[in-house]
Design a protein around this ligand. Structure first.
Ligand SMILES: *Cc1c(COP(=O)(O)O)cnc(C)c1O
Length: 421
């Protein structure tokens, strides 16, 4: 039980023994020895088919061979320069070629930085202070977005240490609710700088926009001079070559990126229309900076990843997603379970909830305790998913048909245990 021992040690020196909260699941998390392809190996000699994939970035799986070569070569010639490189231009062009809304890009170090900066840019550009997010939407761990929703009203901080003054300009409404948004914009439209949203809500499981909802948002934001920001930290380069904007054919004003853009290394980016991006420092008055921004290691990892992400890649990856979801659905039907399998592309989840999940309140009505039984049973069967149905499961290109079939067997067994069949 090396993981158990290490957890006891780590708790002495790091809060809850981890560097990010979701990792601290009970009774103790497995400690990782290595990741290879579709699998992650713990220090106790177990291996798991990995559907957590570091919560999204690893679209090529662990330790992709080509990427390891490219990054190692870069590491040998320096890891940070504090000066620009040609590879940044190449990566910027990759982003611009892929993301329909991207005309210019600024690289930063995480998704959190990307959304924080994009919001600042939107405020600087419009001269307005308020921002709107959807209840349950996650945009990183910074003060403006770490809020408790309250329909239409000013949000309350969702963490100690955030002054109410900081969140009084953050408003929230339920996802997929046009009326709530119309009402809010009628009241506050003149003060709203931006709407920031996950196009597919990946931090409360996997919730898709209702038909017409994105079109509605695009129209109402245009009419009211509100910047529409798609937070594609998860969906960017995952749902399609051009992310969720391309998948649903809607062009926002700005897009925030993270996770996949750095090929498994720390990286974020925000991009958008040229006239908006031109106001970023030192060109314009909106300050944004970072010591490690555009660092050559993450940039190289991003470039190596993009080299492998062509249209054929998404056909295969999403085909595997369809295969897995179709079979999960049959298992659920065969077992006659009242749960809701969801997902699209290479994203999937099962809500332990008999009803359709359209927003955060619906998601919260799911059976979390039973899900944990399912999660632990899957681990025993050698399958690792995030320890919560309010996260999304991902497939990488390293996952084989054999992996998927083993996983389906494990899901079948684990559902039976969770529902005492
Ligand atoms: C993960 C995530 C973030 C935060 O990114 P970090 O790199 O963890 O800071 C922001 N938005 C969304 C949609 C995310 O899933």
């Amino acid at each position: 039980m090396n993981s158990e021992k290490l957890f006891a040690e780590s708790k002495k020196v790091m809060p809850a023994g981890v560097s990010s909260p979701v990792r601290a699941f009970k009774p103790y998390p497995f400690f990782v020895e290595k990741g290879v392809g579709s699998k992650i190996y713990d220090v106790d000699g177990n291996s798991y088919i990995d559907y957590c994939l570091a919560y999204g970035p690893l679209i090529l799986g662990h330790a992709n061979e080509k990427l390891v070569q490219d990054v190692s070569a870069q590491l040998a010639i320096g890891s940070a320069y504090g000066a620009p490189t040609e590879n940044e231009i190449k990566l910027a062009n990759e982003v611009i070629d892929r993301i329909p809304a991207a005309e210019m890009v600024r690289f930063c170090n995480s998704g959190t930085e990307a959304t924080m900066s994009a919001i600042r840019v939107a405020r600087g550009f419009t001269g307005k202070n308020k921002i709107v997010k959807f209840e349950g939407g996650y945009h990183g761990a910074h003060d403006y977005c770490l809020v408790k929703g309250g329909s239409g009203a000013a949000c309350k901080p969702d963490s100690a240490g955030i002054p109410e003054d900081t969140t009084k300009n953050t408003l929230s409404v339920p996802f997929n609710d046009e009326e709530a948004m119309i009402e809010l914009i009628e009241k506050e439209g003149d003060n709203i700088a931006c709407i920031i949203m996950e196009v597919v809500m990946g931090n409360i499981g996997c919730v898709e926009p209702k038909n017409g909802f994105l079109e509605f948002l695009r129209k109402i934001t245009k009419e009211n001079n509100i910047i529409l920001i798609f937070d594609e930290v998860i969906t960017g380069f995952r749902l399609s070559k051009g992310g969720a904007g391309q998948y649903f054919n809607i062009k926002p004003d700005m897009v925030t990126l993270g996770k996949i853009v750095g090929g498994g290394l720390p990286m974020g980016a925000f991009c958008g229309k040229k006239e908006i991006m031109e106001i970023v420092a030192p060109n314009g008055p909106v300050y944004q900076a970072g010591t490690f921004s555009g660092n050559p290691i993450s940039v190289q990892a991003g470039l190596s990843t993009f080299k492998q992400l062509d249209s054929e890649f998404y056909k295969n990856l999403n085909g595997n997603g369809d295969y897995l979801r179709k079979n999960i659905k049959s298992i659920i039907e065969d077992l006659k379970l009242d749960v809701s399998p969801v997902g699209l592309g290479s994203m999937f989840q099962i809500y332990f909830n008999p009803n359709e999940v359209l927003n955060y309140d619906d998601a919260k009505a799911s059976d979390a305790d039973r899900f944990l039984v399912y999660f632990r049973e899957l681990l025993k069967e050698g399958v690792f998913i995030p320890p919560s149905q309010f996260e999304c499961n991902f497939i990488s290109s390293a996952h084989t048909k054999e992996d998927l079939d083993k996983t389906l067997e494990a899901i079948n067994k684990s559902l039976k245990v969770a529902f005492e069949i």
